[in-house]
Ligand binder design. Structure first.
Ligand SMILES: Cc1cc2nc3c(=O)[nH]c(=O)nc-3n(C[C@H](O)[C@H](O)[C@H](O)COP(=O)(O)O)c2cc1C
Length: 169
C-alpha cells in the first residue's frame, strides 16, 4: 500500500518521532511510505473562490506548496495526519493543507486514515472530533488515533504503540 504522511509540525521533535515510528512500522510490513513536511511548507488558506469547481476543473487558482501534496491526496491508499496541538487544534499549516483539498472534494484512492497528535498536556478533543467528522464526510475509514501528551512524547511505550498500528494497518 502507498502511505502518505502529512507532518504538520514546523519542528523536528515530538511529532517527527511519531512520524518516524509510523514509518518504521509501515515499512517493516512492506508498505511504501512518503513523508510530507507540511509544517514547513508555504500553503495559503482556501479563498473560497470556487475556481476549482468551475473553470479550474479540480485545480486550485493558488500556486504554492499545496501542489506538492495534491498527488498524495489523489494516489495514497492510506493518509496519516500527524500534528502538534496548537491552541486545541492542529497547526495552521495542517489546517490549510486539509482545507485546500476542497479542490478535489475527496482523496480519490484513500481507504484509511490515521491521526497522530502530540501535545504539551491537553486540548486535543476538537482535533479528534474534526478528524472523525472529516473521515465520515469523505468516507474514509478511521484506522486509528494516537495521542502523546507531555512525558508520553518520545516514550518507547508510545512509539511502539505507533509502530504496531502502522505494521498492522
Ligand atoms: C503555538 C503553540 C500552541 C500550543 N498549544 C497547545 C495546546 O493547546 N495544548 C497543549 O497541550 N500543548 C500546546 N502546545 C505545545 C505543543 O503541542 C507540544 O510542545 C508538542 O509536543 C510540539 O510538537 P513538535 O515537537 O512536533 O513541534 C502548543 C505549542 C505552541 C508552539
Amino acid at each position: 500500500m502507498k502511505i502518505a504522511i502529512f507532518n504538520g509540525s514546523p519542528r523536528k521533535q515530538n511529532t517527527a518521532a511519531m512520524v518516524d515510528a509510523f514509518c518504521e512500522g509501515a515499512k517493516s510490513a512492506g508498505h511504501e511510505v512518503e513523508v510530507f513536511h507540511v509544517g514547513r511548507m508555504n500553503i495559503a488558506g482556501c479563498k473560497g473562490c470556487e475556481y476549482c469547481h468551475t473553470k479550474g476543473e479540480g485545480r486550485c487558482i493558488q500556486k504554492d506548496d499545496f501542489d506538492k501534496l495534491l498527488p498524495a491526496y489523489k494516489e495514497a491508499d492510506i493518509i496519516v495526519f500527524a500534528s502538534p496541538i496548537y491552541y486545541f487544534g492542529m497547526t495552521a499549516q495542517m489546517e490549510a493543507a486539509i482545507q485546500r483539498a476542497y479542490c478535489i472534494g475527496k482523496p480519490r484512492k484513500a481507504k484509511k486514515a490515521v491521526l497522530l497528535l502530540s501535545m504539551g498536556s491537553s486540548g486535543y478533543r476538537s482535533a479528534v472530533a474534526q478528524f472523525e467528522e472529516y473521515m465520515d464526510y469523505v468516507k474514509i475509514e478511521n484506522a486509528g488515533i494516537i495521542t502523546a501528551a507531555g512525558s508520553e512524547n518520545m516514550s518507547e511505550e508510545k512509539l511502539s504503540e505507533i509502530r504496531k498500528l502502522a505494521k498492522n494497518i
